[in-house]
Design a protein around this ligand. Structure first.
Ligand code: ADP
Ligand code: ASP
Ligand code: MG
Length: 480
């Protein structure tokens, strides 16, 4: 095969945890990379940690020294036995990484606010999986080069970032980088790197937040001015609802960036919500593909979906919400109440999700975030708000969202859908001004259970026009 010229474009492929955890799927990664190369593009592959490894690393940051060393032993056994299965023996790079991880744990124990040490520990999952994947792909005859993502992705900070987000949930600098493009083009044709990890201004390892490998791929896509970013996962695309909970859910063949953003932000885990803005901004198209069934087309995300027909496209659920209801008798025509209230959220570094107001009450929702779960921020919030108003918190709640372009003109079709929610206590209703979503907030306990019937109602009433085959494809069961 002739060498590629320097001008040949890049594509970025991202493979999630389940896509790197079996020999067969790693083989698929190699085949996809080989195929792209022979189609005449350079490839940068971004990988996540093997499935559940980041969860284990997180436990390591939280438990006693004895427990943490036992967990490292278990991780080591898992990685080395996988290496054996792959016919790689005992890779030296893995030994080095486990030595580094143990050294990190032997030096002073991380305290609960030692976020940089937590980030350094969490990064090992992707460092390990990327070393394993490169060794395997080389053994398969592919000339793949390993890139340390921390040399490419540099964290950027906003004025309201907390110490927590500056280490464990960073955004990165992201604009087409011709120097990087030229450097990689001179260096080779096939590359593999880690998702999830980056470097801060002091050269420390930081991470992009749980599920952040999708966002790493998007950043690489923009930096490299890629032809396309492909997110390879364990389902064949984005569906009209989570296909594991709703068997009737239909494949969404094509979405524009705004719709995909709305579906991802309202709960569809298949795409991390932060990965869309960089690609949308730089107009890099995205595709979601299934590693187990690589021949399937998946979901294409781009500037314009194929049809402007008004239809509900998806039903999403976001769980673990905290509702905060704030009431003041003095609010009627009171000046500055909302500003005082929101200043408290800003001070606590909390981003407000949904908002509903009446003359005397404002209710907001807070999405679950590690910040919320792992720190005393809620108690602090309650204490500070109590100075201004009467506060009530309610949790756990679930936000059930219907997403689709032209939602305003579809509202009348949602009547049967609302009827199906009859038995639920609805705490809050919002309709977004971008005309893309309608949300109700209910108790979390029943949310998964009534999802299939809510989805059926959307199809039955015609609000979700599944007969439009420009948008909707088959169900998961009939695709596989
Ligand atoms: P990866 O490890 O590849 O990043 P994730 O587990 O993060 O994969 O995302 C894939 C999962 O997203 C699927 O297995 C599916 O259960 C879930 N999911 C939730 N909502 C949707 C949806 N609307 N369409 C497709 N998948 C969804
Ligand atoms: N391994 C990381 C996580 O589990 C990042 C990712 O998979 O996207 O959160
Ligand atoms: Mg994911």
């Amino acid at each position: 095969m002739n060498a590629l010229t320097e001008q040949v474009p890049f594509v970025v492929l991202k493979f999630g945890g389940t896509s790197v955890s079996t020999p067969q799927r790693l083989k698929t990664i190699g085949e996809v990379m080989r195929q792209k190369r022979s189609d005449g593009v350079r490839v940068v592959t971004v990988v996540s940690a093997l499935s559940q490894v980041t969860d284990t690393l997180k436990k390591i940051t939280e438990c006693s020294p004895e427990q943490s060393f036992a967990l490292v032993d278990a991780l080591e056994t898992r990685h080395f036995s996988f290496a054996q299965t792959l016919g790689l023996g005992q890779p030296r790079e893995l030994e080095t990484l486990f030595r580094e991880l143990r050294t990190l744990l032997e030096t002073a124990r991380p305290g609960p606010t030692d976020f940089l040490r937590q980030a350094a520990i969490l990064a090992f999952g992707e460092l390990l999986s990327s070393r394993l994947a490169v060794a395997f792909l080389r053994q398969q005859g592919l000339d793949v080069q390993w890139i340390d993502a921390r040399t490419v992705l540099h964290a950027t900070y906003g004025p309201f970032d907390s110490a927590w987000s500056k280490a464990l949930s960073v955004n990165c600098r992201c604009a087409p980088d011709e120097v990087l493009q030229r450097r990689l083009a001179q260096q080779g044709e096939l590359f593999l790197t880690q998702g999830f990890i980056a470097q801060d201004e002091n050269g420390e390892t930081v991470i992009l937040g749980r599920g952040g490998s999708d966002t790493s791929a998007a950043y690489f896509g923009v930096l490299l001015n890629a032809q396309r970013v492909e997110i390879w996962t364990d389902v064949p695309g984005m569906f009209s609802a989570n296909p594991r909970l709703v068997p009737d859910a239909r494949l969404l063949k094509a979405l524009d960036y705004d719709e995909a953003q709305e579906i991802a932000s309202t709960g569809a885990k298949v795409l991390h919500p932060r990965c869309l803005p960089p690609c949308r901004e730089a107009r890099v198209p995205m595709v979601i593909k299934d590693t187990e069934h690589p021949h399937l087309d998946g979901t294409a995300i781009g500037v314009k979906s194929k049809t402007d027909v008004k239809s509900v496209k998806a039903l999403s659920v976001r769980k673990g919400l905290v509702l905060v209801s704030m009431e003041t008798v003095g609010m009627w025509q009171q000046v500055g109440f909302l500003s005082d209230v929101f200043a408290v959220y800003k001070k606590q570094g909390l981003s407000v999700g949904l908002i509903a107001t009446s003359e005397t009450n404002v209710t907001v929702s807070l999405d679950p975030s590690e910040n919320l779960l792992n720190t005393a921020v809620l108690a602090e919030l309650q204490r500070e708000l109590a100075v201004i108003c009467r506060v009530k918190m309610h949790q756990p709640c679930a936000a059930v969202t219907v997403v689709g372009r032209g939602m305003r003109s579809l509202l009348h079709r949602l009547t049967p859908w609302l009827n199906a929610l009859e038995a639920q206590h609805i705490y809050l209703v919002t309709q977004s001004s971008n005309d893309l979503n309608f949300t109700v907030v209910v108790d979390e306990a029943a949310a998964d259970q009534f999802l299939p019937s809510l989805h059926s109602e959307l199809m039955r009433s015609g609000a979700m026009n599944v007969n439009d085959d420009n948008i909707f494809g088959p169900t998961l069961a009939s695709l596989r």
